[in-house]
Design a protein around this ligand. Structure first.
Ligand code: ADP
Ligand code: MG
Ligand code: ZN
Length: 628
């Protein structure tokens, strides 16, 4: 409706404008009967006087209260043929009349036509009126369109910002790898489909379910699947859309949303990113945000305002349950929490199966192999991975996706787009030493993940990359593994120092050092892996609110703070020494590997290990391979 009105207006306005000019043509000058007597040729007043003086004028008709004259004159150059010419007369030319009389030229004055005058007036007014009216109308209309320019004009009224899908078309079959969550949510489908089963025995149907999990794990998808399975409409809004420029808008949006939902019950309301509105009230420096609090209060009021058996179920999603206001989590509100975690190997296989349904895979591709290559990938990453692979396949004009495209797509999803290789230069050599430094340290330390490949082809931000075989997250990481990771991360910088000297080290190690520091710090403050003893000195989460960093400082004394710094330094220094030693002891093989890397751009892990084994003992890695 809205759109079609705009279209109509868009078309009618130009038509009106053109119409106006046509109208002006016929009626606008209707103050005389000029219309009927129009003379197309014009003549200047001076020329007219000249004609008068040479007796060539035969008659004069005056229009427009004497401002315009149609002059009949003979043209000497054209056998004295009669010409009709139009002359614009200067105002007040009484001597002209006298002159005409004197010359005895027939003079007719045409009075203004009263009727025509009114039409003329209307003609002159109608355009501005239509224009203003049209603009007004357009403005009102456009302000109804979400995000339209008129938004600021009606902040008192809320404009629905939620989407409604009558049928989501998503089923539980489309969601994989989150079996526990699915089991729990199947019950919600039953609440929506057969509430009487629960109310008959006096059970109170829960109103809200909170889905907790990192981005891309399928929370939105799950919510849609619930609506799809239950066959009810799906209302969705993002928490950030509640929080608007103007105070009170968020609250009235909540009201609107619930009003619409009640009209469509049974239905499902999905609030994404609920932490945007649902944060702990009054938290952070400078107090809370009034607008957000109002919105949150309205949400709580609405949730209290209906009974569970009205057939509305609210599903909210967040990856920060720790910041939510406790009032939201009370019984009768979001009293159920369902965790949606990144999938394990089996889960990844399931998700890949779902997304491979509509893709052409070469027969040699094994979904399990892809899943093994992608620990830590979320559902969204995996969907993206298969899509990238399909795009690459199309670009390479192949019939079906092969393992080659899958591997390239994994690299792209993990590290970004491939850049153009560096030209040979000193800096390319330095990068080669840096990467081989990481790789050799990683290879020679038993507790480190195995090298998968080393490459000098830039990707994303990185100039060169060393890939390690990703290990399936086992949950627990030992102190030895952490130290190995720190040492490996320092391998790049250590190689730069050892080969080029401390004056030549580059900024390229910045990212490595950041990781190193953060790992070492966590060893001291969170995992009790230093001489400070088994103390937890920092809370798990990072910055929650503005100013949280300032406040958490007071958890321990200044003295402890400086001892933490000391311990972090000790860990990093020890690891740095180890890395330097490994580089120094293996200088020969490093030089050979660097030459090979510059020549080939990429060395894979197997070849790398074989070359290193010619010079020194390579420890066997314990690879944890989950069984299905
Ligand atoms: P979230 O809401 O948790 O951030 P989404 O539900 O928006 O994640 O997931 C984005 C996309 O990733 C989905 O549309 C789907 O294609 C894919 N996806 C994510 N998780 C899964 C899953 N468990 N099973 C199948 N596909 C998934
Ligand atoms: Mg989402
Ligand atoms: Zn590095």
């Amino acid at each position: 409706m809205k759109l079609s009105w705009r279209v109509i207006l868009l078309w009618t306005l130009p038509v009106l404008v053109i119409g106006f000019f046509l109208w002006q043509g016929t009626f606008g000058n209707a103050t005389g009967e000029l219309g009927k007597n129009t003379a197309s040729t014009r003549m200047t007043y001076g020329r007219f006087l000249e004609y008068l003086d040479t007796d060539r004028v035969t008659s004069v008709d005056l229009y427009d209260s004497g401002r315009t004259a149609i002059v009949e004159a003979t043209d000497s150059q054209l056998d004295d043929r009669i010409q009709r010419l139009r002359v614009d007369l200067p105002m007040a030319a009484p001597e002209l009349i006298a002159k005409l009389r004197e010359a005895n030229i027939p003079l007719t004055a045409h009075p203004a036509n009263k009727d025509g005058a009114i039409w003329g007036l209307l003609g002159n007014l109608i355009f501005p009126i239509l224009l203003i009216g049209g603009l007004f109308f357009l403005f009102r209309r456009s302000s109804n369109v979400p995000g339209g320019p008129g938004q600021a004009m009606n902040f008192g009224k809320s404009r629905a910002r939620f989407q409604m899908e009558a049928k989501t078309g998503v089923m539980f079959d489309d969601v994989a790898g989150v079996e526990e969550a699915k089991e729990e949510l199947k019950e919600v489908v039953t609440f929506l489909k057969q509430p009487e089963r629960f109310t008959a025995v006096g059970a109170r149907i829960p109103k809200g379910v909170l889905l907790v999990g990192p981005p891309g794990t399928g929370k939105t998808l799950l919510a849609k699947a619930i609506a799809g399975e239950a066959g009810v409409p799906f209302f969705s809004i993002s928490g950030s859309e509640f929080v608007e420029m103007f105070v009170g808008v968020g609250a009235s949006r909540v009201r609107d949303l619930f009003k619409k939902a009640k009209e469509n019950a049974p239905c499902l309301i999905f609030i994404d990113e609920i932490d945007a509105v649902g944060r702990q009230r009054g938290a952070g420096i400078g107090g809370g945000n009034d607008e957000r609090e109002q919105t949150l209060n309205q949400l709580l009021t609405e949730m209290d305002g209906f009974e569970g058996n009205t057939g509305i179920i609210i599903i909210a999603a967040t990856n920060r349950p720790d910041v939510l206001d406790s009032a939201l989590l009370r019984p009768g509100r979001f009293d159920r929490q369902v965790t949606v975690d990144a999938p394990d190997l089996k889960g990844r296989i399931g998700i890949l199966d779902v997304h491979a349904r509509n893709k052409k895979l070469a027969p040699e591709i094994s979904i399990e192999m892809i899943a093994r290559r992608t620990p830590g990938f979320t559902g969204a990453d995996l969907a993206n991975l298969l899509n990238e692979a399909a795009i690459l396949t199309a670009r390479r004009r192949k019939e079906a996706i092969t393992m080659l495209e899958i591997n390239d797509a994994v690299d792209r999803v993990v590290a970004g787009m491939e850049g153009t290789p560096l030209v040979d230069s000193k800096s390319k050599r330095l990068i080669a030493y840096h990467e081989v430094g990481h790789a050799i340290v990683g290879t020679l330390i038993k507790a480190h993940d195995a090298v998968q490949k080393v490459t000098l082809i830039p990707r994303g931000q990185a100039q060169g990359l060393t890939w390690f075989t990703p290990s399936e997250e086992q949950g627990l990481i030992t102190r030895g593994q952490l130290k190995a990771r720190i040492t490996g991360a320092l391998g790049g910088r250590a190689a730069e120092e050892e080969i080029f000297g401390s004056a030549e080290v580059t900024t390229g190690a910045g990212g490595d050092l950041q990781q190193v520091t953060s790992m070492a710090r966590q060893m001291v403050t969170r995992f009790g892996m230093s001489d400070l003893g088994p103390l937890s000195l920092e809370s798990q989460e990072g910055e929650v609110f503005l100013g949280a960093g300032l406040m958490s400082r007071s958890e321990y004394s200044e003295e402890i703070a400086s001892r933490i710094d000391e311990q972090v330094r000790v860990i990093v220094e020890n690891c740095h020494d180890d890395a330097l030693r490994l580089i120094r002891e293996n200088r020969m093989v490093i030089d050979r590997l660097v030459d090979l890397l510059i020549e080939k751009e990429t060395i894979d892990g197997e070849e790398f290990r074989q070359i290193v084994a010619e010079y020194t003992h390579v420890p066997e890695k314990e690879q944890y391979t989950p069984v299905l």
